[in-house]
Design a protein around this ligand. Structure first.
Ligand code: SF4
Ligand code: SF4
Length: 314
């Protein structure tokens, strides 16, 4: 399977986003605003943002606030809401037409739409609000997701607009996209973050749904254009937390001249309630959180190969 086969069409006048986070400090240098694009072509078992998977807006259900009154079931004209165990009043997204009637009748604010189509100019207006913070902290704007490069034209427009206004730009990508996306963006990006989840294609496919080869090839080629690539490795129990796997990943990265910084991200289950709210099963429900100290031996492997490795995002 090639990345081209799964690339969604994009619009240049708007983008589908599920959040714009202000005052972020873990997605690049300084204080940043992070645009989270909705839609992803990977399905990582440990993903903490399941609301990023679908490229369409969806209804999220918050069970803790719900008083089981059933008004949402009665209000829904497409029979998309039903009290289904164990998730309770979640939405069948295939049936839902986003009419919002179930939201309007809910007294407890237990339902909301995640994601919306935003005009690019409106996104830029949001990003401009914190220009002073960017300037004073050497921060800027980060494009994340989901996979932002599935909306490559929108990212291109925003990155170019930011750079023309002197705003630092960074992009976080899983890299399973056509190479042309990187070529086009290159002049407008200051910093590139790549995810690397495994080095064996079969295991990568098993846990993410796609092979690793196109991603490795994009990391190799990115070194021809970018001189500032940071690679992020999620450390996930039973998936890639062995010395052998980490050693081979670090070995690959040490061979890429543009990759000098690596961040190891310990697995945690913080996204679990979001899976429940979307009526999705979470495959890592019983997997224990990884401590930072568990990652240190892997960091040492990379440091021994000349990489700068830190545990945690920054
Ligand atoms: S938004 Fe409308 S169609 Fe969707 S679940 Fe709610 S009431 Fe039903
Ligand atoms: S209307 Fe709100 S409180 Fe009532 S069952 Fe639906 S989600 Fe729960």
């Amino acid at each position: 399977m090639s990345p081209e086969n799964r690339l969604n069409p994009v619009m240049v006048s708007s983008a589908t986003v599920f959040d714009i986070e202000r005052y972020a400090t873990e997605d690049g240098p300084g204080i940043r605003s992070v645009v989270f694009f909705k839609g992803c072509n990977l399905r990582c078992s440990w993903c903490q943002n399941p609301e990023s998977h679908s490229s369409s807006p969806q209804i999220m259900y918050y069970s803790k606030q719900c008083i089981s009154c059933g008004r949402c079931v009665e209000a829904c004209h497409t029979d998309a809401v039903n009290n289904i165990q164990p998730f309770r009043f979640v939405t069948d997204h295939e049936k839902c037409d986003l009419c919002k009637r179930c939201i309007d009748v809910c007294f407890t604010n237990s339902r909301k739409i995640v994601g919306r189509q935003m005009p690019l100019d409106e996104i830029m207006d949001e990003l401009r609000k914190d220009k002073t913070y960017y300037r004073e902290s050497n921060g800027g704007v980060t494009f994340s997701g989901g996979e932002p490069l599935l909306q490559a034209q929108a990212v291109l427009y925003l990155a170019r607009s930011c750079r023309e206004e002197g705003i630092h730009t960074a992009l976080e990508t899983a890299g399973f996209v056509p190479w042309s996306a990187f070529e086009n963006l290159h002049p407008w990006l200051n910093l590139l973050y790549f995810d690397l989840k495994h080095i064996d294609s079969d295991i990568h496919s098993q846990y993410t749904g796609v092979p690793i080869e196109p991603i490795l090839e994009n990391i190799r080629r990115a070194g021809e254009l970018f001189d500032n690539i940071v690679v992020r490795i999620p450390v996930v129990p039973g998936v890639n937390d062995s010395h052998d796997t980490q050693g081979r990943m670090m070995g690959f990265l040490a061979g890429q001249t543009a990759v000098r910084n690596v961040e190891l991200l310990p697995f945690h289950r913080l996204g679990m309630t979001k899976y429940e709210g979307l009526g999705m099963r979470y495959a890592m429900e019983n997997v224990v959180n990884v401590r930072k100290s568990d990652c240190e031996p892997f960091a040492e492997i990379g440091r021994g190969m000349g990489l700068t490795v830190r545990v945690g995002a920054g």
